[in-house]
Design a protein around this ligand. Structure first.
Ligand code: ZN
Length: 245
């Protein structure tokens, strides 16, 4: 088991202004506190390419490795997370809904949820220029387990190719929308050339055989700094493992 927290964020903004989807907001103040903490403690953010060899034990991880992931490509990543990450020398892995770049979050059809703006290609290009990584969150953000295998393949394959075409660098990972996947989805993910994938299972210690269903650390609007520190620790993983049984 290798201990690497893969933190999951969605939107950075005032939770009290969120309509419907409060749980996916982290306030700018809490986010700044969390990033400053990581910086002070000497955490090193990993690139997507570093993850498979480290998990397979082929390469030694740096001291205090961490992965900062953002699902969906919300414009708040650009406006509110990016400056803070940059200030603290941290790099993010942003999972982009490739078919909705520069548009709104069409998959949130809950009528309470406001249409939310997603980053444009120009914004993504700038993030990449500053060393952040743009990876896949499919084309349309579907429930992959509900699609036919050929539709699943298209979502995974075309999103990878579209991002690679537009951004000019290899895309090696995907986060399954809603954390929804099956054995068959994993198989297709591997076949179209991804090297690893994120689920939304909770935890921070990984085995090499879990490369296509990596666990993440959840951070929400009510996560205090002490709770955040705890979630980065090995105890968090243990707590969830005990609950699973
Ligand atoms: Zn998502």
């Amino acid at each position: 088991m290798i201990h690497i927290p893969i933190v999951l964020y969605h939107r950075i903004g005032p939770p009290e202004e969120a309509l419907g989807l409060r749980s996916i907001y982290v306030s700018p103040r809490a986010f700044a506190e969390q990033m400053a903490y990581l910086h002070r403690q000497g955490y090193t953010t990993l690139s997507p390419a570093q993850i498979p060899p480290i998990l397979r034990g082929e390469r030694k991880p740096p001291k205090r490795p961490i992965v900062l992931t953002f699902d969906d490509g919300s414009h708040t990543v650009y406006t509110s997370a990016f400056p803070v990450l940059d200030k603290n020398g941290l790099k993010a892995v942003v999972f982009i809904v490739a078919g909705l770049v520069g548009q709104i979050s069409l998959w949130c059809n809950d009528k309470e949820a406001e249409p939310h703006r997603l980053m444009s290609w120009e914004e993504l290009t700038e993030l990449q220029k500053y060393g952040h990584y743009l990876e896949s969150h499919t084309i349309n953000h579907p429930w992959l387990s509900r699609l036919t295998p050929s539709k699943t393949r298209e979502e995974l394959d075309s999103s990878k190719k579209l991002l690679e075409d537009k951004l000019g660098r290899p895309v090696s990972s995907v986060a399954y929308p809603y954390g929804d996947y099956t054995r068959e989805v994993i198989q297709i993910t591997q076949e179209v050339g991804y090297q690893w994938a994120c689920s939304t299972h909770i935890g921070n210690r990984h085995q090499p055989e879990d490369l296509f269903q990596l666990k993440r650390v959840l951070v929400g609007p009510d996560t205090s700094l002490s709770r955040f520190k705890y979630r980065l620790s090995g105890l968090y993983d243990l707590e969830y493992k005990l609950k699973d049984k």
